[in-house]
Design a protein around this ligand. Structure first.
Ligand code: GDP
Ligand code: MG
Length: 163
């Protein structure tokens, strides 16, 4: 049975781009408009021989009538409770926002092990955001560029010990 890794993060940080990069196909819709993913959200991923099922999430941010896990359950087939690990994605160019902090607080209360992924890490504009993300209390950020395919192999080191 393959482990399941769920991708969490606020809108527009690049969750669907990372999902597509890991799956190697464009199964998820990438858009500049937040929360537009309304298509397939599960796929087979492989990094250096490590196989797992990856789950994209979106849309749960918009509904405020339920708890975070409840909203997520509505939008994905897999919830955080079913996942073996979570990749918490932040936008290293934008830096840490109040919503990132809210999600981080919630994630720290969950049982699931978390890998902090600082996306959009190509170039110097990301350096400050990567450093800032240590303040989330979720360990060392792994800098990646989902769009350019940089740092993806380094996710292996973050995921391998926990899945
Ligand atoms: P989601 O809402 O978290 O699923 O984010 P998307 O995957 O839809 O991406 C939101 C925007 O960020 C799109 O315009 C992407 O092209 C852009 N994006 C995603 N990954 C990267 C990256 O590594 N670097 C940069 N510069 N932009 C990215
Ligand atoms: Mg998306």
């Amino acid at each position: 049975n393959k482990p399941t890794v769920i991708i969490i993060g606020r809108p527009n940080v690049g969750k669907s781009t990372l999902f597509n990069r890991l799956v190697g196909k464009k199964l998820a819709l990438v858009d500049d408009q937040p929360g537009v993913t309304r298509d397939r959200r599960m796929g087979d991923a492989e990094i250096a021989g490590m196989e797992f099922t990856v789950v994209d999430t979106a849309g749960w941010e918009d509904e405020d009538d339920a708890s975070l896990p409840g909203r997520m359950r509505k939008q994905t087939e897999v919830s955080i409770d079913d996942a073996d690990a979570a990749m918490f994605v932040i936008d290293a160019r934008a830096g840490i926002t109040p919503m990132d902090e809210e999600i981080a607080r919630w994630l720290r209360e969950q049982e699931v092990p978390v890998v902090l992924v600082a996306n959009k890490a190509e170039g110097k504009a990301a350096e400050a955001g990567i450093l800032e993300s240590y303040s989330l209390g979720l360990g060392e950020p792994l800098g990646v560029s989902a769009e350019h395919g940089e740092g993806i192999a380094d996710l292996f080191g973050g995921l391998w010990p926990i899945i």
